[in-house]
Ligand binder design. Structure first.
Ligand SMILES: C[S@@+](CC[C@H](N)C(=O)[O-])C[C@H]1O[C@@H](n2cnc3c(N)ncnc32)[C@H](O)[C@@H]1O
Length: 239
């Protein structure tokens, strides 16, 4: 895949196996086939495009969306506070659009990540994202995680679903001692109920992340920011 950036810094994620068209003209397939990161390509109308090697942040930004996906600021929190790395054993539920699954799978590769989802239509959206971006280490199971987790000795169970407290018992059984259970919930009531279910078997804390961009032309913070996304609870299995 290639990422093309136009003169306004708008980006286009393309396969590069066919002619590329946008409001600034078109670029031929042969030109795209020979393009390398760093090159500047010119459209038939003389508009310039910088070639960039795409990566996970681009895939996340361009993925097809079904239900509400986890935002980059929150993805990073889950990874950094659980310390997952290549080889970590992870189950993610529900898969939704597959954004969190894709991000975690990218970190634990070549280890396979298992993602649970109850809705076939959302699982199809997620699978189409994985296929499009070449993420091949995710197995999607159509199963409610509340009914049990088939995998054992997990380093992380990550939850983003409406009743996370119902997944605590299955997660407790499937986790290694010292493994992590995380839950992302938009509402603090959901989060409180989840924390009640953890009991003393887990050490836990809740984080809300606020991301504020700066307008460096005006040398001040941006006037707009995301008001709220969700609360993340990080819980560690103690015994
Ligand atoms: C907000 S979405 C998840 C978004 C996903 N984390 C992402 O970043 O794209 C919540 C998902 O949980 C699924 N879900 C709800 N209950 C579930 C259960 N018991 N087991 C597995 N998935 C479930 C829903 O169908 C929905 O797709």
């Amino acid at each position: 895949m290639l990422l093309l950036m136009d003169e306004r810094e708008d980006t286009y994620l393309i396969k590069g196996d066919s002619e590329f068209h946008c409001r600034f003209g078109f670029i031929k397939k042969e030109v795209l086939a020979a393009a390398k990161p760093g090159d500047i390509l010119e459209s038939n109308t003389k508009h310039k495009f910088r070639v960039i090697q795409p990566g996970m942040p681009d895939y996340i930004g361009k993925a097809k969306r079904g239900p509400q996906a986890v935002l980059p600021k929150d993805l990073g929190i889950i990874a950094s506070y659980t310390g997952i790395r290549s080889g970590s054993r992870v189950v993610d539920a529900g898969v939704g659009s597959g954004i969190l699954s894709m991000y975690l799978a990218h970190i634990v590769a070549p280890q396979k990540l298992v993602a649970y989802e109850v809705r076939e239509d959302f699982a199809e959206i997620a699978k189409s994202n994985f296929k499009k971006f070449g993420v091949d280490n995710i197995e999607v199971k159509i199963k409610s995680i509340y009914e049990g987790i088939d995998e054992e000795e997990l380093d992380l169970v990550s939850l983003d679903l409406p009743e996370p407290w119902l997944a605590v018992e299955p997660a407790y059984k499937a986790l290694k001692t010292s493994g992590y259970l995380t839950s992302y919930s938009p509402s603090i009531n959901q989060n409180a109920r989840f924390m009640d279910a953890l009991q003393s078997r887990f050490q836990s804390y809740t984080i809300e992340t606020l991301e504020r961009r700066w307008n460096m032309d005006a040398v001040r913070p941006s006037t707009q920011m995301i008001g709220h996304s969700g609360f993340i609870t990080i819980a560690r299995k103690l015994y």
